[in-house]
Design a protein around this ligand. Sequence first.
Ligand code: SF4
Length: 277
Amino acid sequence: MNNRSYSLKEALQNKNARHVLGISGGKDSAALAIYLKDNYPEIHKKVEYFFSDTGAELKEVYDFLDKLEAYLGKKIARLSSGKDFEHWLKLHNNYLPSPRQRWCTRTMKIKPFEAFVGNDTAISYIGIRADENREGYISHKETIKAVFPFIEDGLIRSDIFQLLEHSVGVPEYYKWRSRSGCYFCFFQRQDEWLGLKRNHPDLFEKAKRIEQISGNGYTWVEGKTLDEVVTRAEEREKEQWVIKKADGKTRERWQETICSKGEDDDPEDQACLICSL
Ligand code: SF4
């Protein structure tokens, strides 16, 4: 533990701090809330669960939050930047956010969180697992300390899926997407954009309109329009299907695929864990 983090024991001993846990809509933060409820009821009693809502989340995320609230028996506070994405886009001179210019996370996720905590001393529980080597969002505020229960207790990827399967289930969008976050998130892979087009054609069209009308010449995926991205994804899908058929392989269950792939552990995602952990 460094001077910005606490052990679970230290967190439990601290009587004055607020205890907070950010639910991203993704599997790890949800599993952490479930883990605390089942194994550390004293902490669960104190924890304030929150979700930073960008207003651009998938319906599946809201459904999952409802299930989680019912399981936890506690409310998940919904935080917001007070304005929608289109407002912030205009304010950023119509420059689409990107991995290098991630103003969306700062404005729509981190600021609402820091306003929620204010100047209070707070202990923030973070769902990074023991089998990962990444940092996650830890506030720079001196008054906020982080606790990593999965690292301390040695929980790995397969444990997370077990926790979910025995409680609220795995969020539905994992059938076609490897993480939570805004429907237009630029961290999506090509096949995930195709998944968006198939599962939420209205949102795909909306993302396209933003790119065409407000994108200031930039695209969600560097150097390619969304139409080009999904065309390529469809071609790749066909190629892979031909290879699989030639190998005599059948399709895996989607749960097995996401359990084994670890796609959301990509180091590229490191600074976006407040959105997708
Ligand atoms: S999910 Fe993606 S688009 Fe949404 S705030 Fe996070 S980084 Fe930005």
